[in-house]
Design a protein around this ligand. Structure first.
Ligand code: NAP
Length: 571
C-alpha cells in the first residue's frame, strides 16, 4: 500500500480548519489530522464536542482526530475520561473520523479508558459496525525513548490498535535509520508511522514510501521555524517526488553543517526528475566534528535497505571525506586522482557493487566558467583570494590548465603552506602558484597591481550572513587599475551580485557570479551520481552523450538557482 501524506491542522475554529483541509486536498494530501486539543477543553465543553463532530462530518479528506494531552506534548489539559467520551461520540457518527489517535500511555493507564476507546473503534473483537480505526501513538520530545523497542512491542500486541505511531526527537541522522527500520518491520504486522522530529528527522519523513511507512506528515505552509524537519506538502510532493519513491529508489544528499539553505536538494532532485532517474536527494546535516562525520557516514553506508548511493560534501567536511576514504578499512574506497592531488573532495559516489568513489568537482566549477569567458587559460595570470577549501580547488584546477596562480590571503603563512603543498602535486606542464603580497591588515587592493587576467574571490567577504557581509575584498577604484579585458569571478552567491561584482561592473570589467561555480560543480556531480543512467535505458535531453546533456543540465540548474536566490535575496 502506498504511503499517505497527512496534513496536521491545529484547530482553532471549524471554518478555518475545514478551509485548510480543503487546501490540503487541493495540494494532493491524502488525509488531514485535526488536532482539537486547543478547541476542546474537556468535561462539559459541548461546543468543542460539536466542533469536532462537524469537522469529522464535513472534512473533504479522510481525517484523524487527535486531542493530544499536555503530558504528551499537546495542549489538552482536561481529563482523559472526557476526551475518551468524545471519541465514543465521534466513533458512532454516520461520518466518523477515519482514525482516532490515542496515546499508548493513556490507553494502558486504566482498564476503563482502554475499554471505552475499544468501544469507539473497529477491531477484531468489536461487535458493532464501526468505521473508525485506532492509531496507538507514543511521542518523546526529548529524544529516543530508552525503552523504545519494548514500547513498540507492547503497542503492537494491543488487538484494537490498527496503526502504530512513534515519533521522537531525532538527535542525529542515525536516529532515522532505526525509525525507517521500524517502518519496514511493521511490528505485529501492523502499519507503522515512525517519524523523527526536528531538523535531523526529515529523512524518516521523506523516505516513508521506500520503507513501507503508513504515512508521513507534511505541513500546509512553511513551518520550518515551528516544526523543523517537517516538509511542506509542496516540498514533499514536488521537490522530493514522494509519490514516485519506492524501495528501489536510490538515496543521495548533501552532507554539511549547516545544510538548511543549500541549493543542492533543489537542483539534484530536479535533475533526477528531468532525467527520469529513480533517486531522491536530501539535506544530510552532520555536526562539524570528525567523529560525527565518520560515524554517520559509515552508518549510512552500512544500512542495507537505504540504497545510499552518494552525496555532495560541503563545509566543514571536505577534508573529512578524504580522511575517511584513507582510514576506513571496512569497504573498498577509490580516491579519484584529482581529489587526491587537490587534498579535498566534495563528492562521494557509491556503486551498486559497494565501491565508494571520492571525487572533487569544485575545481571544474571554477575552471569551466573561466575557460568559457577567457578561452585557453595557459599563461594567464589569475589572482585567487583566500587559501581555504575553495581557493585550494581553484588554485590547483587553474594551475593544471596552465594558468599562473597568484594566491592572496589574509593569513600569508596559510597561503604559503597551500602553495608548497599544491606545488608538489602539479603536473609537469602546469602553471606556477606564487603567493602575492597582501597589504598590511590583510586588504586585497594590491592584487590589481599584478597584471592579472582574472580575479577569483574564494573568501566569504561579501556573503550575506557571513562575517563581512556587504563588504568587497577590492574596491571599484582599485579595480580600475586592472586591464579592461580581465574577468572578476566571485564564488559567493548570496547575494548574486556581491559588492565585489558590483565594483567590477562599476570599473567596466566582465564578471562571473558564484552560481556559475555552484552550477558547474553540481552538473558534474549529477553526471557522476546518475552515471548518465536513465530508468529503462532511455536517453533524453539531460542524459544525452557528449556535452549535450551537460548543457541542458547547466541551463536547468541555472534557472532553478537563479529563482531560488532571487526569492530569498531579501532574507
Ligand atoms: P574556508 O576554507 O573557511 O576558507 C576561507 C578563506 O577566506 C580563508 O583563506 C580565510 O582567510 C579567508 N577569509 C575569511 N574571512 C575573511 C575576511 N573577513 N577577510 C579576509 N579573508 C577572509 O572556506 P571555503 O570553503 O574556502 O569557502 C570560501 C567561500 O567560497 C565561501 O564563502 C563560499 O561562499 C564560497 N564557495 C562557493 C562555492 C560555490 O559553489 N559557489 C563552493 C565552495 C565555496 P584566513 O586563512 O586568514 O582565515
Amino acid at each position: 500500500m502506498p504511503s499517505l501524506v497527512c496534513v496536521p491542522i491545529m484547530v482553532e475554529d471549524a471554518a478555518s480548519a475545514l478551509a485548510d483541509a480543503e487546501h490540503a486536498r487541493a495540494l494532493g494530501a491524502d488525509l488531514v489530522e485535526f488536532r482539537i486539543d486547543q478547541a476542546f477543553s474537556g468535561e462539559g465543553d459541548a461546543e468543542g464536542a460539536r466542533l469536532a463532530e462537524r469537522l469529522a462530518g464535513e472534512s473533504p479528506l479522510p481525517c484523524i482526530v487527535t486531542c493530544r494531552p499536555a503530558y504528551e506534548g499537546g495542549y489538552y489539559d482536561g481529563d482523559d475520561a472526557a476526551r475518551v467520551s468524545l471519541f465514543e461520540r465521534l466513533g458512532a457518527l454516520d461520518r466518523p473520523p477515519r482514525y482516532l489517535d490515542a496515546e499508548h500511555v493513556a490507553y494502558t493507564r486504566s482498564a476503563n479508558i482502554k475499554q471505552k476507546i475499544n468501544l469507539a473503534v473497529e477491531h477484531p473483537g468489536q461487535v458493532r459496525d464501526l468505521h473508525t480505526s485506532l492509531i496507538l501513538s507514543h511521542h518523546d520530545f526529548g529524544g529516543r525513548p530508552a525503552n523504545l523497542m519494548q514500547t513498540v512491542a507492547a503497542m503492537a500486541s494491543e488487538p484494537a490498535a490498527a496503526v502504530l505511531k512513534v515519533a521522537y526527537r531525532a538527535r542525529s541522522l542515525r536516529d532515522n535509520l532505526e525509525l525507517l527500520e521500524l517502518q519496514r518491520e511493521r511490528p505485529g504486522g501492523k502499519p507503522m508511522i515512525a517519524l523523527g522530529m526536528g531538523e535531523f528527522g526529515l529523512m524518516s519523513r521523506v523516505l516513508a514510501p521506500k520503507f513501507g511507512g503508513f504515512l508521513t506528515f507534511a505541513s500546509l505552509r512553511d513551518s520550518s521555524a515551528t516544526a523543523p524537519g517537517q516538509p511542506t506538502v509542496a516540498e514533499l510532493l514536488a521537490r522530493y517526488r514522494f509519490r514516485s519513491i519506492s524501495h528501489r529508489t536510490r538515496v543521495f544528499g548533501v552532507v554539511g553543517w549547516p545544510v538548511g539553505h543549500s541549493l543542492s536538494p533543489l537542483v539534484h532532485n530536479a535533475a533526477f526528475e528531468a532525467m527520469g532517474f529513480d533517486g531522491v536527494y536530501l539535506p544530510l546535516p552532520i555536526p562539524p566534528e570528525w567523529e560525527h562525520f565518520k560515524a554517520t557516514m559509515l552508518a549510512l553506508l552500512d544500512e542495507p535497505h537505504l540504497t545510499f548511493r552518494g552525496c555532495s560534501v560541503t563545509i566543514p567536511h571536505k577534508e573529512h571525506l578524504l580522511r575517511l576514504a584513507r582510514e576506513d578499512r571496512s569497504r573498498a574506497w577509490v580516491v579519484d586522482e584529482l581529489a587526491d592531488r587537490i587534498g579535498a573532495a566534495n563528492t562521494l559516489s557509491v556503486g551498486d557493487d559497494g565501491i565508494c568513489r571520492v571525487l572533487n568537482t569544485d575545481a571544474a566549477g571554477v575552471v569551466g566558467p573561466l575557460e568559457a569567458a577567457l578561452g585557453d587559460l595557459r599563461s594567464v595570470n589569475i589572482a585567487v583570494l583566500g587559501a581555504g577549501g575553495a581557493a585550494r580547488a581553484a588554485a590547483f584546477g587553474l594551475a593544471e590548465r596552465g594558468a599562473n596562480v597568484l594566491l592572496y590571503n589574509r593569513t600569508r603563512d596559510r597561503a604559503e603552506a597551500l602553495r608548497d603543498e599544491l606545488a608538489q602535486r602539479l603536473s609537469p606542464g602546469a602553471g606556477k602558484i606564487v603567493v602575492g603580497a597582501s597589504e598590511a591588515g590583510g586588504g586585497f587592493g594590491r592584487v590589481c597591481e599584478s597584471c592579472c587576467g582574472a580575479i577569483v574571490n574564494c573568501t566569504p567577504i561579501g556573503m550575506a550572513g557571513g562575517p563581512s557581509a556587504g563588504a568587497s575584498p577590492i574596491d571599484a577604484e582599485s579595480l580600475k587599475k586592472v586591464d579592461s579585458s580581465a574577468v572578476v569571478m566571485d564564488t559567493v552567491y548570496r547575494p548574486l551580485e556581491t559588492p565585489l561584482l558590483a565594483a567590477a561592473r562599476a570599473a567596466g570589467l566582465r564578471s562571473i557570479d558564484g552560481l556559475a561555480m555552484f552550477v558547474a560543480q553540481a552538473v558534474r556531480q549529477s553526471e557522476i551520481f546518475t552515471g548518465g543512467m536513465v530508468e529503462g535505458g532511455r536517453q533524453n535531453a539531460y542524459s544525452g552523450p557528449s556535452g549535450a546533456g551537460s548543457d541542458a543540465l547547466t541551463r536547468l540548474f541555472g534557472r532553478i538557482c537563479q529563482e531560488a536566490v532571487d526569492s530569498t535575496s531579501d532574507r
